[in-house]
Structures are given as structure tokens and as C-alpha cells.
Design a protein around this ligand. Structure first.
Ligand SMILES: [Zn+2]
Length: 398
């Protein structure tokens, strides 16, 4: 069942869209470099790819191609996730050994039938409602995926029409080799590569010299045979570079005197602190029947979380307003008292941050509101509309 996404990846000829949901246009793109008289073609290509595919130098071209490849990989994994959710919503079972019981096509066909035939009895109507959302999610993910695929295919085509150039791909694991393409016969379809676009268009001698012992002798027949000592490499994966940076940072830290280390730690702590002096904000109140409440905000991150939590309480109250049963009236009153307490904290937080950063409280308030709004949009989209920022009045300087 996972054959669907992968089939495309093997470079098989395009078909009418993976599930026929979106008819895929063939890559009929004019990338002939001699067609200079067609200015409109150029404009269309720039719009389609976001850069001049016909004249960009190999490094710039491949940076775009690498970015397009990453987008496609992301779109593929998102589509896979949405398809899995659809399988679950129609009641399909997944076995650890053999995967889903039904193919993606079977599940899509079934889901579409449910949704269109759901005007029958109540039970089928309910199922139709349950499936509609996941089905729409799959279709959206499919569209995004097909657009990403179109970019990657179009850039492959442009690369071929321009006559191509040398490229270097480093297998992203320890002691991985450098290959001239992602289709090297010594690699597997699942091999992960780091595309070293800095070397795009370089001549083979330069690539082989930089790759050292890592050069694949199938891709670069001229590469000499050696090891890390006799043929050191200058090509590293992002992970290796990150590990190298970390080693350097550790060494630099170890070289500091105890006093310097203390000063550095203090500076780091101060940078994260909620206040200019590093002192935490303490909120403590006795809310009577609602009990004693206490919150300590030490860092800017604490402040952001307190902002989110406070608005979360307000959202919950807003959602359930008018629904309270008489026996829960006390409970609701306590909730309201706590939400009001959190609302009183917010201007203090905004003013403290403003003092630290030399801005105004209203600016801090808007920034925190934006973070909170983004948090709800991402984590709890069904509640996002219920988020209501405070009035600006309480945040104006007096
Ligand atoms: Zn190779």
C-alpha cells in the first residue's frame, strides 16, 4: 500500500495523478537556452520556479533543486500521514509486519463512496461526517505533493535540457561516499544524501580532490584509492559539521578560567531571564473560595507559557459559557476567579519584558498575543477562533 508514494520516487513515467484526484500536467516546459526571443516564456518560467532556470549558474540552480527536493520529501511524508489517518478513520487495521489491510486506493474509493452516499440512514450519515475531514486532508496534501513533484520533475528536465553539469552528493552517514548523482548503482533507493551544491558545476578533478577518500570510484572513475589518512576529505555532512562545531565549542569552554565560566553562565542566565535584573516575577494571591494561587516566572519562555495558559483558561470559560449546571456554579466561579488573576498578571509580564528589551509594553503584548495565536492555530485549530486578545488599554504607558 505504501507503493503509491514510492512508485513515483523510482522515476517511473508520470500517470494521471496518484489517485486520479488531481490530473498531473506533463512537464511541457520550454527551457531551450536559445529561445531568447521569447521573453514571455522566461517570465513564465521564473514564475513557475522562482528563479531563471535557463541562465542560473549551476550552484544557484542546484540550491533551488535541493530545496525543491526537500519540499517534496516533506510533502510525501505529510501525505503519508494524512493517508494513514484516513485508513484509521474508515476502520482499517495496521499490522506491524504487513502494514494496512487495504491499499490507499481502496480506502480512498471507499471514503469517497461513503461521503457521497452518506445521505442514506443516520448511521451512514454519521460515518460520512467522520470521514469527510480526513478525506479533505488527503486531497489537500495530494495537491501540495503534486505541485512539489512538478517542481522537482521540471528542474530535472531543465537540468537535462541544459546539458547537465557535475554534481556531488554525500551519503549522509558515517564514512558515506560522494556520488555524482542520487542514482548511483552502489546505493539503495532509501539512501539519504546531503547535496553539496557548492560543488555543482565544478570539474571532476576538483570534486575528486575535495572528496579525497570519500569519492565513489563508480561515479568518479579517476578517483584514487586511499583512506582517511592518505586522502583526507574536505566534504562533510551537515551532521558531521554540527558535531565538529560542538567539539570546538566544548574545547573553547574547557579553555576558560573558572571566573570566565561563571561570568559566561551568568550572562546566559540573564539573557534568558524575564527581567532586566534577572529577578523572577512572583505572583501570589489569596482568591478566597477559589484558594491561594501562586506562579513564579523566571524566564522569557515561562512568560510565553503563562500567556498561553492564561488565555487558555479564558478560552475554556468562553467555550462553556451558558452551559454550567447549577451544581457546578461554584466550580465555575472559581475558574473565573483564576482566569481573572491570570489576566491581571499579563500587563505586569508585558511591562517587565518591555523594560528588559527597551520597548513598550504594548509591543510586548502584541508579540505575546501573536505567539499565542500561532500556538492555537497549530496545536488547537478548533479553538483558535476563541482566542480574544486583551484590550490594549491596560498596556498603555501611564
Ligand atoms: Zn557512486
Amino acid at each position: 500500500m505504501d507503493g503509491i508514494v514510492r512508485k513515483r520516487d523510482t522515476g517511473e513515467a508520470g500517470n494521471g495523478g496518484e489517485f486520479g484526484t488531481v490530473a498531473r500536467r506533463d512537464a511541457d516546459i520550454e527551457v531551450d537556452p536559445r529561445a531568447d526571443e521569447h521573453g514571455d516564456v522566461d517570465a513564465g518560467l521564473v514564475e513557475l520556479f522562482g528563479f531563471d532556470v535557463r541562465r542560473a549558474d549551476p550552484v544557484e540552480f542546484d540550491e533551488h533543486a535541493a530545496a525543491a527536493g526537500k519540499m517534496l520529501a516533506k510533502a510525501q511524508s505529510r501525505l503519508r500521514g494524512r493517508l494513514d489517518a484516513l485508513h484509521r478513520s474508515v476502520g482499517d487495521q495496521r499490522s506491524p509486519r504487513t502494514g494496512w489491510g487495504r491499499t490507499d486506493e481502496q480506502v480512498l474509493t471507499a471514503a469517497r463512496e461513503w461521503v457521497t452516499l452518506a445521505d442514506g440512514d443516520a448511521a451512514s450519515q454519521q460515518t460520512g461526517e467522520r470521514i469527510r475531514g480526513p478525506l479533505r486532508d488527503v486531497e489537500t496534501a495530494q495537491t501540495v505533493h503534486d505541485q512539489a513533484r512538478e517542481q522537482v520533475d521540471g528542474l530535472d528536465e531543465a537540468f537535462r535540457i541544459r546539458g547537465g553539469w557535475n554534481r556531488a552528493f554525500l551519503v549522509a552517514n558515517t564514512n558515506g561516499h560522494v556520488h555524482s548523482s542520487m542514482g548511483c548503482s552502489t546505493c539503495r533507493p532509501t539512501t539519504q544524501y546531503a547535496w553539496l551544491t557548492d560543488y555543482s558545476g565544478a570539474d571532476e578533478d576538483a570534486i575528486v580532490a575535495a572528496a579525497g577518500h570519500r569519492a565513489c570510484t563508480t561515479c568518479y572513475p579517476s578517483a584514487p584509492v586511499g583512506d582517511a589518512a592518505s586522502l583526507p576529505t574536505r566534504m562533510f555532512t551537515p551532521d558531521e559539521l554540527a558535531a565538529q562545531r560542538e567539539r570546538e565549542e566544548r574545547a573553547a569552554w574547557a579553555a576558560l578560567s573558572p571566573a570566565e565560566k561563571r561570568a559566561r553562565k551568568r550572562a546566559e542566565k540573564l539573557a534568558k531571564a524575564v527581567s532586566k535584573t534577572g529577578k523572577p516575577l512572583r505572583f501570589e494571591e489569596d482568591l478566597g473560595d477559589a484558594g491561594k494561587v501562586r506562579e513564579v516566572i523566571s524566564t522569557e519562555r515561562d512568560a510565553e507559557l503563562a500567556w498561553e495558559r492564561g488565555h487558555g483558561d479564558a478560552i475554556n470559560l468562553r467555550r462553556t459559557s451558558g452551559e454550567t449546571l447549577p451544581e457546578f456554579a461554584d466550580y465555575r466561579r472559581d475558574q473565573e476567579a483564576r482566569a481573572a488573576w491570570r489576566a491581571r498578571m499579563r500587563p505586569v509580564i508585558a511591562r517587565t519584558l518591555a523594560e528588559k528589551h527597551g520597548t513598550t509594553a504594548i509591543e510586548q503584548k502584541r508579540r505575546l498575543d501573536e505567539l499565542t495565536s500561532a500556538y492555537y492555530a497549530e496545536k488547537h485549530p478548533q479553538l483558535a477562533e476563541q482566542f480574544v486578545p486583551d484590550d490594549d488599554e491596560a498596556y498603555l504607558e501611564r
